[in-house]
Write a protein of this length. Sequence first.
Length: 152
Amino acid sequence: MGYKKKIKNLITGQEIIKPDPVDEEVPFDGGVMITETDTAGIITYANRKFREMTGYTKEELIGSPHNINRHPDMPSAAFEDLWNTIKRGEYWEGYVKNMRKDGKYYWVVVWIKPKFDDKGNITGYIAGRKVPDRKMVERVIEQYKEMKAQEE
C-alpha cells in the first residue's frame, strides 16, 4: 500500500496533507508537463503546466517526494517496475492515474529517463507526460484493479 496521506517537504519542512480522492476526472488536454527529481525522487523542478494541472504551488512541489500526486488507485507494483527500470539507467513509460491537490484525478502517459553526469552516474530523473489513449486507459484501469486486489 504505497499511498501516503502526509507528505513532508524536505526544503520547507512543511507537512502537506493529501486530499481524499474525488471521483471526478480532469482530462489532461496536452501541452508540456515536465518534472525533474533527484535520485531519491524528490522534486527539483516542476514546470508551470505541471503546477497548473496538479494545483500545487512551486513552493509545495520543490523539495517534496514525487508521490505527492500519487492516486491511491495506483498499484505499488507499477511504481516498483518504474523505479527498477530507471535505477538501471533505462527509459520507462507507462499509464499513470494521478491525483490533484483538490482530490480530482487525471490520466497521463508518463515517460521517465535518467540524467547522467560526465562519469555515467545517474544524477536524477526527468519526466514528461503525454495525453493518454482513452481505449488504453480503460484496459489499464482493469489491469490496475487486478494488481491492487493482489496487493491487498
